[in-house]
Design a binder for this molecule. Structure first.
Ligand SMILES: NC(=O)c1ccc[n+]([C@@H]2O[C@H](COP(=O)([O-])OP(=O)(O)OC[C@H]3O[C@@H](n4cnc5c(N)ncnc54)[C@H](O)[C@@H]3O)[C@@H](O)[C@H]2O)c1
Length: 387
């Protein structure tokens, strides 16, 4: 890597691959907003999206194809393309020796997780994964409290939105391109959070492997425009919109060491607010965090963390953070992660666990639905997932 690369003098030279909502609203403003990064290239097949972004980006090369990115010109590619392209685009970059920060979900299924690990090894460049929730101050506080709860027994993670189905009938609700619905989209954050809590508790990667997984999915809202995520500004609905993914998923997982995990992800519901709950049950007590992950405006009030032991529930004081602070924190951590040899393999290993869990929830849901197939409006198992 040249001067300016991770761990060296000067800013990390970044290429942003995919100029959609998250690149425009989350990553570019942050990358451009400080001295740690310099955006040197953008890659986007849509001419309109390229032109719109370049208005704000002087001296940045705008490419149509990721293959045209030059290894010697970038230190990091920030990849924010539709889900089905995550693993193929990231593998191509990694094999060419270009480090990648890959948005969640890192991959669709365990076969793609293995491909990411192979590409990282083959190219000798690190893969860093989008995992914003663990950078939240309230989640960090929960982890600290969880460490005082004795033996970990159960983690419950749930994120239920009021009206938050992304896009206007494009790739998010198309199973071939998204890999699934709310479980892939919101569930990735939830399972990443659960995994961080598990690892803190077991310290034994083997013990965190999943022994049992079951689940159920439903799609009561996905084709109703009234339940779209208006804050994304995805524009007018494309008619007719026929999504073939779930809007709600519920899973129950048990690790080899006997810890259980409940997961519930819903893009839409009858609730008024978007609510995230992370609950940790240990042999010595319970801690529950109530907040709202992400950027939606239908938020719970300030995050609340409650600790219950011996029949007494007490609030734990939390630092107040602005919406989106976890994305600032995640970005701030990237230069050190890029330079850290211990970061190699970590994202791919997490992706294997999370993608494997998602795959198995879908498979369990599909098994249950087989008997009722004639009533099922859609087939919810992602393409390529073993049945
Ligand atoms: N971490 C988070 O909180 C968060 C939030 C939103 C989205 N995301 C993730 O970011 C990714 C993008 O989401 P979005 O909402 O920005 O989607 P989007 O559809 O708005 O943007 C995707 C962009 O990628 C472009 N693209 C398609 N193929 C490409 C290719 N081969 N090379 C370069 N660009 C290509 C598209 O033209 C589009 O502009 C998704 O995987 C999503 O899950 C993460």
């Amino acid at each position: 890597m040249s001067a300016g690369s991770a761990g060296g003098a000067g800013p990390v030279r970044v290429a942003v691959v995919g100029l959609g909502w998250v690149a425009r609203e989350v990553w570019l403003p942050r990358l451009l907003g400080g001295p740690a990064f310099r955006v040197v290239a953008v890659v986007e097949p849509s001419e309109q999206a390229r032109a719109a972004a370049l208005g704000d980006l002087a001296g940045v090369s705008a490419l149509e194809r990721v293959e045209d990115l030059r290894r010697d010109e970038v230190d990091l590619a920030v990849v924010a393309v539709p889900n089905h392209l995550h693993a193929p685009v990231a593998c191509g970059l990694l094999r060419r020796g270009i480090p990648v920060f890959l948005e969640k979900p890192l991959c669709l299924g365990s076969a793609e997780a293995a491909a990411l690990a192979d590409a990282e090894r083959a190219g000798g460049a690190v893969l860093l994964g989008g995992s914003a929730a663990r950078h939240r101050a309230d989640v960090r506080a929960l982890r600290e409290v969880a460490a005082s709860l004795g033996a970990l027994r159960h983690v419950d993670v749930s994120w239920v939105r009021s009206r938050g189905i992304p896009d206007r009938g494009g790739w998010f609700t198309n199973r071939t391109r998204s890999g699934g619905g709310a479980l892939v989209d919101l569930g990735w954050h939830l399972l990443d959070t659960a995994r961080v809590l598990l690892r803190g508790a077991t310290g034994d990667p083997e013990g965190a492997e999943l022994e049992h997984v079951t689940g159920a999915v439903s799609a009561d809202f996905v084709n109703d425009h009234a339940f779209r995520a208006a804050w994304r500004g995805d524009g007018a609905p494309v008619d007719p919109v026929v999504g073939d993914v779930e809007d709600t998923a519920r899973g129950f997982l048990v690790t080899r060491s006997g810890i259980s995990i409940g997961v519930r992800a819903a893009w839409a519901s009858h609730q008024a607010l978007d609510t995230t709950v992370v609950r940790v049950e240990g042999s010595g007590g319970t801690a529950e965090l109530r907040c709202t992950f992400g950027f939606s405006p239908n938020r719970e009030g300030p995050s609340r963390l409650l600790l219950t032991t011996d029949g007494r529930t007490t609030p734990v004081e939390l630092p107040v953070e602005p919406v989106g602070a976890e994305y600032d924190a995640q970005l701030a951590s990237l230069p050190a992660r890029l330079a850290d040899p211990a970061a190699r393999g970590e994202a791919a290993s997490g992706a294997r666990w999370i993608a494997g869990a998602i795959e198995r929830v879908y498979r369990a849901a599909d098994t249950v639905r087989c008997a009722e197939r004639r009533h099922a409006p859609v087939d919810l198992v992602p393409t390529g997932a073993p049945r």
